[in-house]
Design a protein around this ligand. Structure first.
Ligand SMILES: [Fe+2]
Length: 229
């Protein structure tokens, strides 16, 4: 009698993961920060605002290179300390030694109905973060990250082989990796990671705080320098 053939075992090992930190502020703290940030947005002097041609439905506060939200509004110091703690925890969690960082840029983004955000990354920054201040996932677009493992056929830098993809996208075929973000959360990523959103905002006042950070001391074991902004 013939022996029954056993099934072939199959597994996929996901290598080269990209760490995206998801931190949730205590509700009480978030509501306090939200109130003062909304007041700042409503009352800030005109010269601190920016609007860029390529983002017609979004305005920014303190998004010029010589501006920093935390320098312009020292009342936000408690939030600044929380965000510093968050970024340090992220850097340590992914395995690096760092116990002090500098928030070299911080600004607010307020997006209206119809806004989108083209994929971009932040240079002159090590770790970036986004705090979701006024954000209803039912009407405000979530932040997505570009799946840089999917071939970018618009600008190939080598031979391309492409076959049809199934309707159900996997993490190997999806162009965008979205997160289930809630208001009061802080999303943290390595600054070279391309991020944005292409589904237009359904309602006004999607309010977020962006920040760029650097370790205070950059030391690779052979060379070092300190950051001071
Ligand atoms: Fe950004």
């Amino acid at each position: 009698m013939e022996e029954a053939k056993e099934d072939i075992h199959f597994a996929i090992a996901d290598i080269n993961p990209e760490p995206i930190g998801i931190f949730t502020l205590p509700l009480k703290d978030h509501l306090k920060y939200k109130k003062s940030l909304q007041l700042i947005w409503d009352d800030a002097p005109g010269e601190l605002f920016q609007q860029f041609e390529f983002e017609p439905y979004t305005k920014h506060l303190c998004n010029a290179s010589n501006q920093n939200l935390f320098k312009a509004f020292p009342i936000l110091n408690e939030l600044k300390l929380d965000l510093e703690k968050i970024v340090i925890a992220y850097i340590q969690k992914i395995g690096y030694l760092c116990d002090e960082i500098v928030i070299n840029s911080a600004w607010l983004n307020n997006s209206q109905k119809g806004s989108t955000l083209n994929y971009h990354f932040h240079s002159n920054s090590y770790v970036s973060a986004n705090y979701f201040i006024n954000f209803n996932p039912e009407v405000h677009s979530s932040l997505t990250f570009e799946n840089d493992r999917v071939t970018r056929q618009s600008t190939p830098n080598g031979p391309i082989i492409d076959i049809l993809k199934s309707e159900d996208k996997t993490i190997y075929t999806a162009r965008n990796i979205g997160l289930d973000i809630k208001e009061g959360q802080v999303i943290v990523w390595r600054s070279h990671q391309a991020h944005g959103y292409y589904i237009p905002n359904k309602e006004d006042n999607r309010l977020t705080l962006s920040l760029n950070t650097m370790p205070k001391i950059l030391d690779n074991g052979s060379y070092r320098f300190n950051i001071d902004v």
